[in-house]
Write a protein that binds this ligand. Structure first.
Ligand code: K1U
Ligand code: ZN
Length: 171
């Protein structure tokens, strides 16, 4: 396992559309291990492979509370099959946009199809934070960030702040 660096806004790689996984081989299993190590270390409740620089359609998540046993979940090639008309607003964060939070409206429930780590096709019907997290992570696979769901004013402001910080760090 290896702790990997998380890409930070405005890294252009975060805008890439990730490629579907064709075969779940040792490389994908190692990627998943690295993603869990990186996600738990951050800490985060979800991670998309592109956030550690690998443009593959792989998502990890663990929404277990601190006091409960871990509940690692892997979603390979996840696709939203159905999204409820009902919406829910959640104050989201993103490991690629540290210490910035914003209210995002998304479907309250989703049905998602995906492959598990054995390559078995599965479906999950999610609500609550898992529904929000899955939509946030699937957005990452399509090069979309949660700030894209905010007003242009808020998005431009956060982009400017992170662009300045990246320039200062490069000096
Ligand atoms: O994809 C990511 O950047 C991870 C992100 C997932 C997410 C959070 C909130 C709503 C939707 C998706 C995070 O995990 S940010 C960190 C976070 O939310 C958290 C961290 C520790 C404990 C509890 C929450
Ligand atoms: Zn994110």
């Amino acid at each position: 396992m290896a702790l990997r660096d998380i890409l930070i806004l405005p890294d252009k790689r975060l805008r890439q559309v990730s490629e579907p996984v064709k075969k779940i081989d040792a490389g994908i299993r190692k990627l998943v291990e690295d993603m869990f190590e990186t996600m738990y270390d951050a800490p985060g409740i979800g991670l998309a492979a592109i956030q550690i620089g690998t443009p593959k359609r792989v998502v990890t998540a663990d929404l277990a509370k601190k006091e409960d046993p871990k509940n690692p979940q892997v979603f390979i090639n996840p696709e939203v099959l159905w999204a409820s008309e009902e919406k829910k607003v959640y104050e989201e964060g993103c490991l690629s946009i540290p210490e910035y939070y914003g209210d995002v409206e998304r479907a309250a429930q989703v049905r998602v199809k995906y492959l598990d780590i054995e390559g078995q096709p599965r479906e999950i019907e999610a609500d609550g934070l898992l529904a929000t997290c899955l939509q946030h992570e699937i957005d990452h696979l399509n090069g979309v960030l949660f700030i894209d769901h905010l007003s242009k004013l808020k998005r431009d402001r956060v982009l400017k702040k992170f662009t300045k910080a990246a320039k200062r760090a490069a000096e």
